[in-house]
Design a protein around this ligand. Structure first.
Ligand SMILES: [Zn+2]
Length: 83
């Protein structure tokens, strides 16, 4: 599981307002968020869940490319060393 997938978020319980804590991974894999106090729940739409999963992948790919771009610009620099 990636860092972003492990990241926690909270949603307010639709009934009692208690914070429901879940990871982004839980969001798209379990497709629900359940309140531990009163049992009310959010049920997520399957296509929204797979959309979230692919947007997470895209985001991570973009982060990798960003890291590569930073390395590339430094590697490709013309170095001038002053005497
Ligand atoms: Zn609740």
């Amino acid at each position: 599981m990636s860092q972003l997938e492990k990241q926690k978020t909270t949603l307010p319980c639709p009934k009692c307002s208690k914070d429901i804590e879940l990871s982004y991974y839980d969001m798209f894999s379990r497709k629900e968020a359940k309140c531990r106090r009163c049992g009310s729940l959010y049920k997520f739409n399957s296509s929204d869940a797979s959309n979230l999963r692919s947007r997470i992948r895209d985001y991570e790919k973009a982060q990798d490319k960003f890291g590569e771009a930073i390395q590339k610009i430094v590697k490709g620099a013309d170095i001038t060393i002053k005497k």
